[in-house]
Design a binder for this molecule. Structure first.
Ligand SMILES: Cc1ncc(C[n+]2csc(CCOP(=O)(O)OP(=O)(O)O)c2C)c(N)n1
Ligand SMILES: [Mg+2]
Length: 376
């Protein structure tokens, strides 16, 4: 296995590049970052058009997340919300390898997955605002986005709870003799849940017979809320945990979208072909707080966040696009302005939409006839 230190590499990057994170995402506290090993030397040559598309997708996600963090702090978003700022390269790279018929399932940090699968940002924002025009009629909120037609099988709030569901979905895909696969995103924190181990065991077992085409994508952002991976488990090599279940695995630099895309394309095709599960641990970092309501971050210090921001995924790609003369500073700004305008419209739409009517309180909540709910 090739080894490379990902954390401090790339410090050529201007600190502010790509880092259009608002000051309110700043944090306080103490903590340390350790260098990590990744397999592969990183990037492959990707066409400049494709790189620009990846850039656009990451800017879409970042701009959306900035706006919903703001909306939450203005009291417009009910429930709770968790943003993906700093982690954009992971979902962006993997979902670029998504094919029609595939399925995606994830935890509660789920806005990017819906957006990247093509859900309308207006409907996603309206969902966060709890409005009837929302993606699931305002009844799911930030943590429970679904867009089944596009393959988005949900965001889930119970840590680890979606993992057995995703493995079951992958089994069904083979049982029904399709060529589709499931991309199952999970957090580092969820891997200490029993549900993860039970599901990984079955995935490995079913995979022996080519009956479980699932890609586990571990979004290792170094923390589960305020608890670092080192304080969660004695065995911090998360990819290697899959060895115990006979599941092939590797790590990738989750800040480098081109490296993520290379792994995603190769691995999704292998899983599609073989019906066997595969796991990728993407080493990444959320530069935003755990949840939008968190301001004080005693578990990590500003220096740590600053170090990771030097490798902001959007900044890294901007540098690459500039260095290769694919685009200039004005071109980058134009893209950012375009998404700012689109997301401003989404916020306006969410703000102006109606709340669901009271008669809808019980519809789409339980299966079966609606009328038995709330009736004498
Ligand atoms: C079963 C369960 N236990 C505890 C929680 C509270 N909780 C919410 S998020 C979280 C951390 C999960 O961390 P990770 O899986 O690494 O995801 P991340 O937030 O870093 O994306 C915890 C413990 C929960 N939602 N569900
Ligand atoms: Mg985490």
């Amino acid at each position: 296995m090739l080894k490379s230190v990902i954390l401090l590499a790339g410090s050529y990057l201007k600190e502010e590049r790509g880092d259009f994170v608002s000051e309110e995402n700043e944090n306080n506290g103490n903590g340390e970052v350790e260098a990590q090993d990744t397999q592969g030397e990183g990037s492959v040559a990707t066409s400049t058009d494709r790189l620009t598309d990846l850039y656009r997708n990451m800017v879409l996600v970042r701009t959306f997340e900035e706006a919903c963090q703001k909306g939450f702090r203005q009291g417009k978003v009910g429930g709770y919300t968790h943003v993906y700022i700093g982690e954009e390269a992971v979902a962006t790279g993997f979902l670029d390898a998504f094919k029609d018929g595939d399925k995606v399932i994830t935890a509660y940090r789920d806005h990017p997955h819906a957006l990247l699968l093509g859900s309308d940002p207006k409907e996603v924002m309206a969902e966060l605002y709890g409005k009837a025009t929302g993606l699931v009629k305002g009844k799911g909120g930030s943590m429970h986005l679904f867009d089944v037609e596009r393959g988005m099988m949900g965001g889930y709030g119970i840590v680890g709870g979606h993992i057995p569901l995703g493995v079951g979905m992958a089994y069904a895909q083979r049982y029904q003799e399709t060529e589709s696969i499931t991309q199952l995103f999970l957090g580092d924190g969820s891997m200490s849940q029993g549900a993860f181990h039970e599901a990984a065991n079955l995935a490995g077992l079913w995979g022996k017979g080519g009956m479980c085409p699932v890609v586990f994508i571990v979004e290792n952002n170094q923390y589960g809320m305020g608890t670092s991976v080192e304080r969660t488990t004695a065995m911090t090599d998360l990819a290697a945990k899959f060895d115990a279940y006979g599941i092939e695995n590797e790590k990738v630099d989750g800040m480098d979208v081109e490296a993520v895309l290379e792994v995603a394309e190769r691995v999704t095709e292998q899983v599609r072909e073989s019906g066997k599960p595969y796991a990728v641990e993407a080493l990444t970092y959320r530069t935003a707080p755990h949840g939008a309501a968190d301001f004080m971050e005693k578990y990590r210090d500003k220096e740590e966040v600053k170090e990771w921001r030097k490798r902001d995924p959007i900044g890294l790609l901007e540098q690459k696009l500039l260095d290769s003369d694919t685009i200039d500073e004005d071109g980058l700004q134009e893209i950012k302005d375009e998404y700012k305008e689109q997301i401003d419209e989404a916020v306006k739409f969410a703000d102006e939409s109606e709340e669901p009517p009271i008669e809808e309180l019980y519809t789409d909540v339980y299966s079966g006839e609606d009328e038995y709910m709330g009736e004498e």
